[in-house]
Design a protein around this ligand. Sequence first.
Ligand SMILES: Cc1ncc(COP(=O)(O)O)c(C=O)c1O
Length: 392
Amino acid sequence: MGASYSYGKQTIDNDDIQAVVDALKSDWMTQGPTIKKFEDALNSKLGGAYCSAVSNGTAGLHMIALGLGWKPGDIILTVPITFLASANCILYAGATPDFVDIDPVTYTIDVQKLEEKILFYRGKKKNIKAVVAVDFAGNPCRWDALRELSDKYGFQLVNDNCHALGAVYKGSDKYSAEYADAVNLSFHPVKHITTGEGGAVITNSKELDEQIKIFRTHGMTKDEKYLERNDGPWYYEMHKLGFNYRITDFQCALGISQLNKLDSFVKRRREIARFYDNAFGGNEYMQIPEQTENGNHSYHLYPLRIKHSKLKLTKKELFSSLREKGIFGQVHYIPVHLQPYYKNNFGFKEGDYPESEKFYSEEISLPVYPALTDKDLEYIAGTILDVVNGGK
Ligand SMILES: Cc1ncc(COP(=O)(O)O)c(C=O)c1O
């Protein structure tokens, strides 16, 4: 069996293992002090005022939706090129999802089309409640323009930042909570840092943070300001329906150890991206990813576009040839509006978001993770070029 390359993979070293072992030997497996330490470390890295570490990124989005008060009748916009969870959180709150196409160059929300959609709804005497913008692949959205629209039209702004730890916008790696009302992170093993499963919500709003912390643990509160009465030190009340969306202490110990290495992980991801840029840039059958103006991509993904319309090579043929040679690319993403659930329940159809659909027909996510060596990259890039050249 030769080498095998997936599109993403965790990097775990002895420090990480030791950190988890230490946590397992401590008094706390869950609901202990390591959770707050991880939250503080995330805040100091990302510049948010408040942070709640949670069981996964999907749970984070669910609680953001509830904490921001989304409800039936509210219209929330996101993009088709994202993971299901960015849109599903709208449904969890009973609100109505709609989409805005992606920009064909940055693959993030097209700000001009967003304003057109807002005006379309205004024409029908409706306002949109919120936008879930995704820093797709690690490339920041045009956050200054999004904030301007949010202030102008009065909608809430969520940054689904699951792809973009370590990204920089306008010179700052602390941009996410500066522009968005709530920021969502995921620590799944393919992401920049991992806790196995895990996530976090960052915000500058004390009120939202309090809500997230209450939802995270069954809707329970011991906070005097909410209590109807107080029977004693054991006493808690439930005013809202919450969940068990907690993360454990040993996961957070891993998270702290991983976060210490984020800068070096991102540095290597950028080097890998430059390698691919050099290998594929200028090739008439390919399109390399471009960065948002004033942004510095952190390459959770390297989405390469293959111009199948100019080749005799279909996307299926490309994937099976690469798999035979040990390269397990992925496609990010099947446009969410084309999922049967969204088509059948909301009437979305093919042709609704042409840039997203074209992107889906061309995209392949190449292997990007810190452990890839230059020799691995030479093999991967050389194999892709061979397969594509064979399809001319
Ligand atoms: C953009 C985006 N949002 C949300 C999620 C959900 O995160 P999790 O897998 O931690 O639930 C993911 C995970 O892949 C994602 O890529």
